[in-house]
Design a protein around this ligand. Sequence first.
Ligand code: PGA
Length: 298
Amino acid sequence: MNITLRQMKVFESVARNLSYTRAADELFLSQPAVSMQVRQLERQLGVSLFERLGKRIHLTEAGREVYQYSRSIAQQLDEMETLLADLKGLSGGKLRISVASTANYFVPNLLAAFHQHHPGVTVSLDVTNRESLLRQLADNTVDLVIMGQPPPELDVEAQSFMENPLIIVAPPGHPLAHQKKIPLARLQEETFLVREPGSGTRMAMERFFTERGIRIKTGMEVGSNEAIKQSVQAGLGLGLLSRATIDQELALKRLVILYVAEFPIMRHWYIVHRRGKRLSAAAEAFMRFLRNDAQPSA
Ligand code: PGA
């Protein structure tokens, strides 16, 4: 069976009006065009839908059955139109976003500002590691991802929207704490705490030191930014972190930034989605918001 929505729509109008002329007026079509659509539908279905008694037309038994279906199809189409209109207006829209653990230090603020612009959008936020972000992108289970480096191994579109400087932190009493222009090589005398394998921060740190031929001593491997900060405060070593993670510790003077040559390592935050993905209106709006309203981090 090869019937079209257009045939069903024309038939619904003729059946409701019991008149080809009124249906033609309603649909802004000529009367022969309306008759042709109905004839084609009858041919496709293999039944007569109307019978003519004198000047009036009536639905056949099959016509009455098909009329029920045509009405429910018309209703469904109306519902779909309303829903899409709502989505385009963003009320009732949904944004599924997953972010790298380090991005968790600024993304809630961005989402709060976005929510003020678009209170009708429901947000589901997942904070996870890079490996899991890559899986979500590969499985197409997420609209947007915020990460420190777009994955070259996946076909994605990525836009940078904010700087992500990485800095070195120490406890306030550390001998290097108030020194200016610490040479990079001096870091070889220190021990560094490092994030878990798979962390974007750790990848960037290793690349930076390797490219410059600096061999740093690594101490404990620590699975989160919070744990790195605690361990640095406890005197277990230096930490290399995104600047966005340490606002509170700086304000409370629990950590200091070391002024090392060639620092900060300047990275960027990217908003990423699968290439060719049909983005929801809410996801489009969030990308626009990042482009136009997101403030660069300190
Ligand atoms: P993280 O940061 O994986 O170290 O939390 C994200 C990134 O920099 O890619």
